[in-house]
Design a protein around this ligand. Structure first.
Ligand SMILES: [Zn+2]
Length: 321
């Protein structure tokens, strides 16, 4: 483990020989294949234990309910399917949950999440789960979405302003379209009692930051496509990730450097990690910010139980088919 989160640009688009994002089998489909004896690999003890571990987190107390209308006690059908007695929705144990956005088996999920909890980068996590780099990259995107979705600000971050819903449109992981120029979101770093909160600042856009820099002498520093500002209102800094369309050359240099460059323990922690990414995008930026917020606030803790609970949590209802 080298402490980095990632080491290569995102590769969400299809690559030769890989399944298209829309064609990726879900975790539940993989399991159905294996229990039906049609899978490529044997259904091993490791998978059975891993599945039991995930099921325990999906259904606390063993009480099952419909992911669409929340009615309890669904009928059990063949091949592990369940049917809601109220709305007739047919589903599996993992339907509508974050982990089902990826085709990993339960054992692969556990290996990947364990490595990620120990700060593995994508390549290391892929090796730990014995999967390809691209598969691990997609699965870690799912895990980051799941982490973000557990936050108190999830509804806002999964709203239209960040564009994140397009990453899992229709209950499938998608290569997200780029953020439209003029709508790059801005986040604020807020610290309180040694903890940090990274908020979406909905009233601001990248243009606001350029305007403040020009007309109100707001100091700005740059890390690749990332812009970090001096203090703004209650925030230690504003932060955004643009792309080549953002007119960085328009920025003015003001004397001194933003407060966070020396005064924010979170930024000092996050800066070195963000530096290792070569392909950060405006769309994916909140995923990394919220992951780093969680890692910073929970340093020294075992993150695996938290990651697994996040993966097993239900996705927002519109993601159900
Ligand atoms: Zn139902």
């Amino acid at each position: 483990m080298n402490g980095s989160i990632d080491d290569q640009a995102p590769v969400l688009a299809q690559v030769p020989g890989e399944t298209k994002p829309g064609e990726t089998k879900t975790t539940e489909e993989q399991m159905t294949d294996k229990t039906a004896g049609t899978g490529a690999q044997a259904f091993g003890t490791g998978d059975a234990q891993a599945r039991a571990e995930l099921l325990r987190r999906c259904w606390p107390g063993g009480v099952k309910f419909c992911p669409r209308c929340r009615t309890a006690a669904p009928y059990v059908l063949a091949e592990g399917r369940l049917r809601c007695g109220s709305c007739r929705y047919t589903f599996h144990d993992f339907t509508g949950r974050w982990l089902n956005l990826s085709g990993l088996t339960p054992a692969q999920w556990l290996d990947l999440a364990r490595a990620f909890a120990q700060d593995a980068n994508t390549r290391e996590a892929a090796q730990a789960a014995a999967i390809s780099y691209n598969t691990a990259f997609k699965a870690l995107t799912v895990l980051r979405l799941a982490i973000l979705a557990q936050g108190a600000d999830a509804l806002q971050l999964l709203g239209p302003q960040t564009g994140l819903p397009s990453v899992f449109a229709g209950g499938r992981l998608c290569a997200a379209p780029e953020v439209r120029p003029g709508s790059i979101p801005v986040y604020g770093i807020l610290s309180q009692g040694g903890r940090v909160f990274v908020d979406l600042v909905p009233e601001l856009s990248a243009e606001s930051v350029l305007h403040f820099n020009h007309n109100f002498h707001l100091r700005v520093s740059r890390l690749g496509h990332i812009l970090l500002t001096d203090r703004y209102r209650t925030y230690d800094a504003l932060i955004l990730c643009g792309d080549e369309k953002l007119p960085y050359h328009y920025l003015l240099r003001h004397q001194g450097q933003p407060f966070a460059e020396t005064g924010s323990p979170f930024w000092l922690y996050a800066r070195d990690r963000l530096r290792q990414f070569k392909g950060l995008s405006a769309r994916r930026f909140p995923l990394y910010l919220k992951e780093l917020e969680l890692r910073f606030n929970r340093q020294g803790e075992d993150l695996l139980p938290l990651f697994l609970d996040a993966l097993c949590a239900p996705m927002p209802v519109p993601a159900l088919d």
